[in-house]
Write a protein that binds this ligand. Structure first.
Ligand code: ADP
Length: 218
């Protein structure tokens, strides 16, 4: 069954979400107050309309209430982003994802009932910083303010060692939750399994512990 999405704000971020969802065959209602932006998405989204999302009556007319998931991707205009989110929560939309510009914006969005707040520039900055520290750090995902998950390619120091020899939990306080080998994901790595080249570890822990693990082993 096709799910219905609406993307409000068709800048680089919202535009990219709209393109991907449409390419995956999803029904997408694309909304922007800028006519040129809307024209750009006429042949991409299922519907593309010029509208100001801070106008509740307009959103209602567009049938926004029937949409399963609304993504608010308004960039610099924080006031418009907040007001739009308030209207959407009042209307009882099933799921609302909002892009935050900064930490204050994020706090407010969480308070007013956004289901998911994303901070793409900050998160991508963190990922790239960790990848710069070591090219073996493939991905970095923030779980909370002080806990994360990292995806790490087995480096020289880990090669040929078993999980028990490395004892990452005792030495660094983090947990290896899975090992990716070729296309298989082993979610219960055994203690005497020797790590091989190109294995990828999925490690969860506090940022402090992950940082020690990265410095010493990756
Ligand atoms: P990005 O950083 O993702 O490129 P931009 O700030 O360039 O974001 O884009 C945000 C988009 O949101 C713009 O195309 C702008 O026209 C649109 N926008 C801003 N305010 C509103 C509003 N009240 N209603 C609808 N669209 C809006």
């Amino acid at each position: 069954m096709k799910r219905e999405f609406a993307v409000i704000g068709l800048g680089r971020f919202g535009g990219s979400i709209c393109r991907e969802l449409s390419a995956e065959g999803m029904e997408v209602l694309a909304i922007d107050s800028d006519e040129d932006k809307v024209n750009e998405f006429k042949n991409i989204a299922s519907h593309a309309v010029i509208a100001d999302s801070t106008d509740e009556a307009t959103l209602k007319e567009l049938g926004i209430k029937n949409i399963d998931h609304v993504i608010v991707a308004i960039g610099d205009n924080i006031q418009a982003s907040i007001l739009t989110t308030v209207i959407l929560t009042d209307l009882g939309i099933g799921k609302i994802t909002v892009k935050a510009q900064n930490d204050y914006h994020e706090k407010i969005l969480n308070k007013i009932g956004a289901d998911q707040v994303v901070h793409p520039e900050r998160d991508m900055g963190k990922r790239i910083a960790h990848n710069i520290i070591s090219s073996n750090i493939l991905d970095y995902l923030e779980l909370s303010d002080d806990h994360s998950i990292v995806e790490v390619k087995v480096g020289k120091k880990m090669l040929g060692k078993t999980m028990i020899e490395l004892d990452i939990r005792a030495n660094y306080g983090c947990n290896v939750v899975a090992i990716k080998r070729d296309k298989e994901i082993n979610v219960s790595p055994s203690a005497d399994d020797k790590l091989r080249e190109n294995d990828i570890l999925i490690v969860i822990g506090s940022d402090k512990d992950i940082s020690r693990f990265e410095k010493h082993l990756v």
